[in-house]
Design a protein. Structure first.
Length: 276
């Protein structure tokens, strides 16, 4: 087993570059880290370019034999702990990561879905990952994000998705207003989060609805609000309800579904935030 011991190795340098969005976009690749995520990637037949394993991980036998058998079928590269620590993005790494090629997913919106989730400027990686997990649990296959929304291939977002990144098609919209109008033209009604209504989440039938979730600090953009059909204030955070297929995700649902009015010292009423 040959072990890479130099941080100046060309492969190692290319993996380091993937920490930056411009290189992820340029190369069409991203990094996943940890035993569970790599197991999810293999299970979902993700296009894994290579798997990097720290030799300490092999010595400690921290990967179960069944998964190790599947990993061994891939292009595996072994490094020492010093080199691995230069490419890991977590404080307590498990000693294994992989470079994955982005799927060639369609940039077109699938109108066969019962509901479409749209993100208008979500910035927090944890929030974005939680929403992707919830969409996946609700058995929806796509999510539409504005160009102002955080990069879904950011390492923190990818970890937070816990594998949903491989099952949910992410459609990036360069013109969200235009795409929302197209959704309306295809028979969907738009529901946006807002603090300017007393309507309850429980009064909404979500079939053939577009649910727009706005930025954590500023809410849905004014441009998007101008084209909504109905606007709802989600008291005590209950702004959307799904029937979960996996009860282990209840904590994620609770985190996602809690919205709190954010005290506004400047007098505006359009701010809200997620509660951890």
């Amino acid at each position: 087993m040959q072990v890479i011991t130099s941080k100046d190795n060309e492969l190692i340098k290319s993996i380091k570059k993937l920490k930056e969005k411009k290189y992820r976009d340029a190369y069409g690749k991203f990094v996943i880290e940890g035993i569970k995520l790599i197991g999810e990637a293999i299970q979902e037949n993700a296009d894994i370019e290579c798997i990097v394993i720290c030799e300490d991980c092999m010595k400690e036998n921290c990967i179960d034999k069944k998964l190790m058998y599947e990993i061994a079928k891939k292009n595996c590269v072994y490094v020492n702990s010093k080199v691995f620590n230069t490419i890991t993005d977590v404080s307590n790494p498990q000693g294994i990561l992989a470079v994955v090629k982005r799927a060639d997913t369609s940039e077109k919106i699938n109108y066969d879905e019962d509901a479409i989730i749209v993100l208008d400027g979500i910035q927090d990686p944890g929030n974005l990952g939680t929403i992707l997990r919830t969409v996946d649990s609700a058995n929806l296959k796509q999510i539409v994000i504005s160009k102002e929304t955080a990069d879904v291939f950011n390492s923190k977002v990818v970890r937070s998705t816990m594998g949903a990144i491989f099952r949910v098609n992410v459609v990036r919209s360069d013109d969200l207003v235009h795409d929302l109008i197209e959704m309306k033209n295809n028979g969907f009604k738009v529901v946006v989060t807002s603090l300017d209504t007393n309507d309850s989440v429980y009064d909404v039938n979500y079939m053939k609805k577009v649910i727009v979730i706005g930025n954590e600090a500023n809410g849905v953009s004014k441009e998007v609000q101008e084209i909504y059909d109905t606007t709802h204030t989600y008291h005590d955070g209950k702004w959307i309800m799904f029937e979960p297929t996996d009860t282990s995700l209840f904590n994620d649902f609770i985190r996602l579904l809690r919205i709190k009015r954010k005290p506004n010292r400047k007098g505006s009423n359009d701010k809200f935030q997620f509660i951890e």
